[in-house]
Ligand binder design. Structure first.
Ligand code: NI
Length: 207
């Protein structure tokens, strides 16, 4: 009996997780529509950032592709690595079509995440993952455009600091327009299944 109960709870939890993901994605779209009225396009705010090779990047570099954007920091002990791993697995699940999706990792800890430091980090997750850093102000503007919250946390007895941050993966279309977000813990399969239709329409009708 406990076995049956366990299975029922497991199935209910799975349904709940799926429901949360769907709601999260839809809410993300609604919020983006509201944000567009008040703020400039999210993608245009990326043009003050520098990638992990030291090259200045503008949003134009990513037009024509879907983008998966994640804000985090390399010293993050568990959340960022887990989410970046999931993002990378989703890209692999998309097969060759995945080439039309550009994964981006924007640091919210530019003080420690220099281009050189990012260069040693992003390839650990995916060969095409681009790391972006920049002046604290530029990072703050980019984060605000995506409604990303972050703050430095200094714990007593800690010589170093941690960053508290929201952890969503944002999906942006080939024109740099925000499509929605994946909540933390979204499975690579779920991500790939949501990206696939956007990818099909992009490949059928390139911008
Ligand atoms: Ni993190």
């Amino acid at each position: 009996m406990s076995d049956r109960f366990g299975r029922a709870v497991g199935a209910a939890a799975k349904r709940l997780v799926v429901a949360c993901c769907v709601v999260g994605f839809v809410l993300g779209v609604a919020e983006a529509v509201a944000a567009d009225e008040a703020e400039p396009s999210a993608a245009s705010l990326m043009d003050a950032l520098v990638d992990h090779t030291g090259a200045r990047r503008t949003d134009a570099d990513y037009h024509g592709k879907l983008a998966l954007i994640y804000f985090g920091y390399t010293y993050c002990p568990d959340v960022c690595p887990t989410d970046l791993q999931a993002m990378a697995s989703a890209l692999d699940l998309l097969g060759d079509g995945g080439q039309a999706v550009q994964p981006l990792f924007i640091t919210i800890d530019p003080e420690r995440d220099t281009p050189g430091h990012l260069a040693g980090y992003v390839p650990l997750f995916h060969p095409r993952l681009v790391g972006l850093t920049g002046e604290a102000d530029a990072i703050r503007r980019a984060a605000r455009a995506y409604k990303v919250h972050y703050e430095k946390v200094v714990l007593p007895k800690m010589s170093d600091y941690a960053m508290d941050h929201s952890a969503f993966i944002y999906l942006v279309n080939a024109h740099g327009e925000y499509l929605g977000f994946f909540p933390p813990g979204t499975s690579p399969e779920r991500m790939a299944s949501i990206i696939r239709p956007h990818l099909s329409s992009l490949l059928a009708d390139p911008p």
